[in-house]
Every structure is written in structure tokens, then in C-alpha cells.
Design a protein around this ligand. Structure first.
Ligand code: AHM
Ligand code: MG
Length: 335
């Protein structure tokens, strides 16, 4: 028998008593999943589809935009504009929020996304992904225009989050607040089929993901934690740890959800607030999935999902994965 489809999974979630998945949310997730199929189709054309390379433009964060960053952003906007489930969207690639145009009905949700995460990997055919986070619009937002402030909710308020990963297989990994489930795109049938879940981060895999080139930016605690594990010649953990770094957060987090270990991208301890990853498009949705799979997610000290956002494109340090590793890091912080 074939594994169940995403559609069936969502309908069954909706039917459950005290369901956290009303029909609007189910339809929103289906729309996002459909958009990710269009994105994977565009990516897989590669050089034949004239989708590789950079545009002459920069995004709001001053990063060079890849053609596919912009193509995927448009695909997600177009797919989600007319469905009636959203009040507005925000994306890593857009300076400010995108309100649903007046010609379409508005819904009660807000969605934030990183259309292509890991986009420096696109041109060299490594895995990239789309990350998304869903919030409820504040109650007082009905009948008025949604504002940027409406998006500044802590990660604990997310009602769903997930990512699509465009790798050797195209996968959708999703949580609606009750476990994390993996769906594989069945290209012949055009359907997403559940292939794993509820995911639980395997304990004790001694694997660390960190960009070692940024060592000068790390705090003394992070240095001690890493130095004890990676590249050291003596000490109780010498030779015990492996290191992996893909440059695509989706790929690294997916490995951690399936195989264990920990992912770190620390903030720059010399200039507070300077960090690489974005709180609302990357850190919060990934923290939601990691916690739903039994892991922990901190900014180096505090729980990421409790951080009160102060700006749409705010960045934050992250350490997420196996709870024992995150606790070991915390021991170094307080030591
Ligand atoms: P992007 O969304 O602009 O692609 O940036 C996020 C990516 C993450 O996927 C990855 O973990 C990180 O940037 C890699 O950064 P670095 O090149 O500094 O190693
Ligand atoms: Mg990106």
C-alpha cells in the first residue's frame, strides 16, 4: 500500500477532536506545498531553464540576489495571494510586508518565508530549500490593514512551520504543533506522500555543524565547547566528533532531525546583534521543528522561540539540535 498523501494527513488532522488544524490552515499548507512543487520544477531545470546565476540586484539585507531567490519568491507570493487564507506575507527577499491585494478575500493567517535558503549552493547543484512559518494575525487586525508590527510575534506563537528541501529527493517537512512529519514528492503522481514521522532527533550522534571560518566571532564559551569536540588532540572527547557543514541550513537541520547532532551559527560576540541567520524566516521555524522533534533551540543562552522580535529582518545566533548537546553548550556558557 502507498504511504498516505499530505492531503489525507491534513484532513485527518483537521478531523481530530480539539484539532489545531482548521480548514483554513489545512488549505494554506496545501497551497504552500503546491508552490514548493513549482519551485522544485524551476530549480531542476538548472542551466537549461536559464534560472541559475545572480541578478544585478541586492535584497534588503545587502545580499546579492540569485535569479532563483526572486523566482521562488514570486512563485510563493502568486500561489498564496488568492487563496483567502492569509492577511499578509513577509519574505527574506522583500523589504517590507506584502498585503493581500483588495481584489482577493483576506484570511486570518500571516506567513513568513525564506524562498530559497542556502542560495549560494544553487549554482553548484547542492541542496537548497524553502522555509516557512505561519502565525495568526492579531485579533484586532480584522477590518484594518495588517502592519509590520503584526508579524513581530515570538516563535512560541507559530501555528505551523516547515521546509521543503530540494535535494536528491524533494521533501516537505512539516509541523502543526503535534509532531514533525516528512513527505516525499512522488513526481509521477504529483503527490506528497508521508515517508517518516513523527520524527524524533536520535540521541547521542556526535556530529557538529558549524562554519569554522567564523571562529574569531565566537564567544569564549562557544570556542571552548567546539574546541573540546572538533580538531583537538587530547581531552575526553578528542576524536569522538565528526563535523558537517553544507552551507544550507535546511540540509543541515534535516540531517539533524533524521540523524542527530547539533547545528550552530553563533552571533558575533564582539558586536551584539550581529549574526547570520534571520529570527523570523529561519531561526523560529527551525526551532519549532527541532523542539517538536524533542530537541532544544537557543540563541546561545535563551530559548529562541521566546525572543520578542523587534524587526522583520532581525538576525540571531542559533544553536539547535540534540538536547544533550545544547545543554552541554549551556554548561559552558554558565561556567
Ligand atoms: P540565505 O538564506 O541567504 O541562503 O542564508 C542562509 C544560509 C544558511 O542556509 C546557511 O546555514 C548559512 O547561510 C551559511 O552561511 P555561511 O556562508 O556563512 O557559512
Ligand atoms: Mg535565502
Amino acid at each position: 500500500m502507498q504511504p498516505i498523501t499530505l492531503t489525507r494527513f491534513l484532513i485527518e488532522q483537521q478531523r481530530r477532536e480539539n484539532s489545531a488544524c482548521p480548514a483554513e490552515l489545512r488549505l494554506l499548507i496545501e497551497t504552500v506545498a503546491r508552490a514548493c512543487k513549482t519551485v522544485t520544477h524551476a530549480i531542476s531545470k538548472g542551466a537549461l531553464g536559464d534560472v541559475l546565476g545572480s541578478l544585478g540586484s541586492e535584497n534588503v539585507q545587502g545580499e546579492v540576489q540569485k535569479k532563483l531567490d526572486v523566482i521562488a519568491n514570486e512563485i510563493l507570493l502568486d500561489a498564496n495571494e488568492w487563496g483567502g487564507h492569509l492577511a499578509a506575507m513577509a519574505s527574506e527577499e522583500m523589504e517590507t510586508i506584502h498585503r493581500i491585494p483588495n481584489r482577493y478575500p483576506k484570511g486570518e493567517y500571516l506567513m513568513l518565508f525564506d524562498p530559497i535558503d542556502g542560495s549560494s549552493n544553487i549554482d553548484v547543484d547542492l541542496s537548497v530549500g524553502t522555509i516557512f512559518s505561519v502565525l495568526r494575525a492579531p485579533e484586532d487586525a480584522s477590518g484594518r490593514d495588517v502592519t509590520e508590527e503584526d508579524f513581530l510575534q515570538p516563535g512560541t506563537e507559530q501555528v505551523a512551520a516547515g521546509y521543503a528541501i530540494y535535494g536528491p529527493q524533494t521533501l516537505l517537512v512539516l509541523s502543526l504543533g503535534d509532531g514533525v512529519y516528512e513527505f516525499t514528492l512522488d513526481r509521477e503522481m504529483g503527490a506528497w506522500r508521508m515517508t517518516d514521522g513523527p520524527l524524533k532527533i536520535p540521541s547521542g550522534n556526535r556530529e557538529v555543524a558549524i562554519n569554522m571560518a567564523r571562529r574569531a566571532q565566537w564567544s569564549p564559551a562557544i570556542r571552548r565547547y567546539i574546541d573540546e569536540r572538533v580538531g583537538c588532540e587530547s581531552g575526553p572527547l578528542a576524536g569522538e566528533y565528526n563535523m558537517r557543514w553544507t552551507g544550507s541550513m535546511v540540509a543541515d537541520i534535516h540531517r539533524i532531525l533524521k540523524r542527530g547532532g547539533v547545528f550552530l551559527y553563533p552571533a558575533d560576540h564582539r558586536s551584539p546583534g550581529k549574526a547570520r541567520l534571520r529570527l523570523l524566516y529561519e531561526a523560529n521555524p527551525m526551532s519549532y521543528l527541532i523542539e517538536q522533534a524533542g530537541g532544544k533551540a537557543i540563541d546561545g543562552r535563551e530559548r529562541i522561540m521566546e525572543a520578542q522580535p523587534i524587526g522583520l529582518h532581525q538576525r540571531i545566533g542559533v544553536a539547535l539540535g540534540d538536547p544533550h548537546e545544547v545543554d552541554a553548550l549551556l554548561d559552558h556558557v554558565v561556567a
